[in-house]
Structures are given as C-alpha cells and as structure tokens.
Design a protein around this ligand. Sequence first.
Ligand code: NAD
Ligand code: WQD
Length: 340
Amino acid sequence: MKKILVTGGLGYIGSHTVVELQQAGFEVVIIDNLSNSSINVLEGITNITKTPPLFERLDLRNKNDLTDFFQQNKDIEGIIHFAASKAVGESVADPLLYYENNLNTLVYLLQECKLNGINNFIFSSSCTVYGEPDVLPITENAPVKVATSPYGNTKQISEEIITDTCAVHPKLQAISLRYFNPIGAHHTAEIGELPIGVPQNLVPFITQTAAGLRKELSVFGNDYPTPDGSCIRDYIHVVDLAKAHVVALQRILSEQNKSNFEMFNLGTGLGSSVLEVVKAFEKVTGLKLNYKIVDRRPGDVVSVYADTQKANKILGWKAEKTMEEALASAWKWEQKIRKI
Ligand code: NAD
Ligand code: WQD
C-alpha cells in the first residue's frame, strides 16, 4: 500500500479525497491543525471506509514539527496539499496571515520533498487564478490575471513556486488542480462542508437558510450581463473533485505525466447562474427558499466555467454527478448536522 500524506485532510475537500484514496487502496496520513475543521471528521471518514486514517495534529507553519513528522514517516510516497486559508474577504483584511499560511507551508513541504526524496506532489489551486476570463469556457492556457485578493494571489504565487522548484528538480512530479466551485457532500452524509460562522459561499448559505439558521439568502446582483442577470459559476460535486485527485496521483506515481508540472481545470464545463442554483435547490428539496436580490458583491466576476477537455482526455476523468445531486447531498448533510 502506498502511503500518501494529505495536508488539510480533515477539511471539506480533503476529507472527501481521503475517502476516495482509501477506497482506491492507498494508506493515508493526514496532517491538520483543526484551524478550520473538527476532529469529528476523522470519525465520519472512518464510518465510510471502515479504516481510520493516520492523523497528526500539526501546524504546517511549524517547520521543526514538520521536519520531525517526515523523520517519523519515511515511507511517504506522495503529498496532496490542501491545507490553506481560503476566505477571500478575510485575506483582504489580514493578508499576512494568508501569505504566511498559504506560502510558507508550501515552501516547507517542498523542502521536505527534496530532503526526503518524495517526488509526487499535488496542489490545490483555484479558478480564481483566471480572474474575469476573456474567453469562455476557460482553458488551462487562459492567462493568469492580476489577483483580486491576497487569497487569489497566494494561489498564483504557489503555482510559480512549484514551477520554479520543478525546473531545478526534474525528479519532482507536480500537478496543480484548479478547482471551480466545489459543492455537495458525501452521499452517506458522514462528511460534508462545515463553514465556521456565517458562510461566504453560496450553497452553504442556501442550506443554512433552508435549515432556518439564516433569515434569507441575499442574491448578489441581478443586473449582470447574463441571461437572468445573476452571476454564472461552474458548480462541481465535491466527490467528483475528490476522485480527480486519485487519478492525478496515479498519473504521477506511474510516471505517465508529460512534463513535471502539469495543470488541470476541475469543473463540469457547465455554467449555472445563482438563480438557477436557487431554483434547482427548491426543486430537489421541495422547499421554498427565502431570498432577496441585493447589490452586487464587490470583487465578483460575471461568468466562470471550465473547459474540461484537458482533464477529460489526459487524466481520463470527467465529472459524473449533476448539480441537482450535489444540492441534494448538501441538504442531506445540513439536515444531519442540524438534526432536522
Ligand atoms: P478547508 O478549510 O475546509 O480545509 C483546509 C484544511 O486545512 C482545514 O481542515 C484546516 O484546518 C487545515 N489547515 C489550514 N491551515 C493549516 C496549517 N497551517 N496546518 C495544518 N492544517 C491547516 O478548505 P477546503 O474547501 O477543503 O479547501 C482545500 C483547498 O482547496 C485549499 O487550498 C483551498 O484554497 C482550495 N480551494 C478551495 C475551494 C473551495 O471553494 N472550497 C476552491 C478552490 C480551491
Ligand atoms: C458563487 C456565486 C456570488 C453567496 C469563491 C472564491 C474562489 C473559490 C470558490 C477558492 C457568486 C453568489 C454567494 C451569497 C450570492 N474559492 N452568492 N449570495 O465567489 O464564485 O468563489 O469560492 O479558491 O476563489 O472567490 O463562490 O460560493 O462565494 O459565490 O448571491 O450569499 O453566488 O455572488 O456569484 P465564488 P461563492
């Protein structure tokens, strides 16, 4: 069994990926500092896979602790690096926190890869690197635009750090996965998204509104140049996203990659507007959602969806689940955690 380190493995996307990795026959060791997750997630993962993953509570910013960890785990063959801070607004308010947490941790991990001969590295990137695209759907060749937030900038700089590192370490095989908008939860409702405080993202805000935790959803703008005036995004089921990590990992472990740093968009290729998501949620749940139209949210781009051909052809991966399935699973999860 190949042993894989998953940083941030108790977080939203990380936990779903741990499940898929275990189910694909990998041994998983998680590092997480629980800054944006709960220790109960370990139990949720174990309930699904019947195998508790190894877990180390550790802050990746503590370089010495990380070095000790790798001394004690000499058999790690690959790393999937999810751990990061991800709230766009918070990154504007506290940029140094974001530069420290998202960049130092990457540098320390790449240093450990070099020291310990770990040659397989997968990085969590984001469609945010494209900014407001000139052409839709967005291919991986689309230009990286000036970042609109420190968070977005950390993803751009991270990709540059990996590019420069791969250039001088030909044995290091890296893949950057640029996620579009992950939503939904595991169909068992054992794991899902656990936003701390008021959700910033659309789907957890919708499910919390339906659960009665929020009075109403504010739809940020209906005067955009889109068919119904609300913004368009590419919402991808988190389980589809998790599965892509397994195939990306298998690609580099079996050295099928064409260059030692590759990038792939992970989306469905379909754009949905905010109002379409609201309608789809109402349809799959049979509930009426309280919402009102308010002003645009500063910094929002109009329309973003992926060209997924590169991932389809080269990774042999395709999103299989629909937005409706994702919304139904998100609602099942919300009901479970709110005991509705
Ligand atoms: P998340 O916050 O749920 O998970 C991140 C995990 O990393 C958390 O469990 C947190 O406790 C942990 N962590 C953070 N800093 C750490 C540190 N210094 N040491 C150890 N653990 C630390 O986030 P997520 O939604 O699962 O996102 C995972 C990755 O995907 C992030 O890199 C994020 O930027 C990226 N991403 C997320 C989205 C999204 O919409 N969720 C979209 C694109 C990219
Ligand atoms: C989706 C749509 C909002 C909340 C963010 C990050 C991005 C990436 C994914 C990490 C937008 C609208 C939202 C609400 C609303 N993360 N909305 N009312 O902004 O596409 O992307 O998460 O890399 O970097 O910026 O996702 O879920 O916040 O918004 O109308 O209460 O829903 O305006 O059109 P976004 P989101």
